[in-house]
Write a protein that binds this ligand. Sequence first.
Ligand SMILES: N[C@@H](CC(=O)c1ccccc1NC=O)C(=O)O
Ligand SMILES: [Zn+2]
Ligand SMILES: [Zn+2]
Length: 209
Amino acid sequence: MSKIWDISQTLRPGIPVWPGDTEYQAEPNWVLENGCPVNVARFQLSTHTGSHADAPRHYDAEGQAIAEVELTPYIGPCVLIDVTQARGLVCPEHVEPFLPARVERVLLKTCQQFPHDQWQADFTAVAADTVNLLAERGAILIGIDSPSLDPQDSKILAAHQMVRRHGMAILEGLVFDQVAAGHYELIAPPLKLALLDASPVRALLRSIE
Ligand SMILES: N[C@@H](CC(=O)c1ccccc1NC=O)C(=O)O
Ligand SMILES: [Zn+2]
Ligand SMILES: [Zn+2]
């Protein structure tokens, strides 16, 4: 039997969000009580809340919305690489020693313990050269535990733009606390949200038989 790890954040009130972005909010719309047979809630959240997939439209005005993206990148073999030694930016030398000659999907673990309860402005981001290296090795998806591939104060989004050049997919805000570096199957398709620039995902890793 294969083992499954849930590498998703729990969407909940108080979940940390990008400074100035929409706070997660949920409320009952209908409540199971006298006369009403069901509970039905409504909720509001930024498209970049928790574990999520960026659509090209997030960093490219002409780019696809998340409902339009191919799903192949989000399902299939991946390698999880420990880069917790990296500070500031994950550079090619942090990744190269652990990177197979050919890869399909690469997940980067930058922190030992995921900051579930507070926003961390100094999260570890990814150098554009690193994205380029992964693309050269065949990667069609890059995933990370940080809230963005680029530093919080970046105005040029160099890593996102390198992803765009190579037509890769992005997952951000993944949780690797319970998972060791190594090879897995990734299962993390985005929701089919028309027009939108990103989507929450339920991200899973499955052990390889
Ligand atoms: N680049 C980040 C998100 C990002 O940049 C962002 C997310 C929400 C609100 C504002 C953002 N960037 C803004 O200036 C990401 O890729 O998820
Ligand atoms: Zn994002
Ligand atoms: Zn992003």
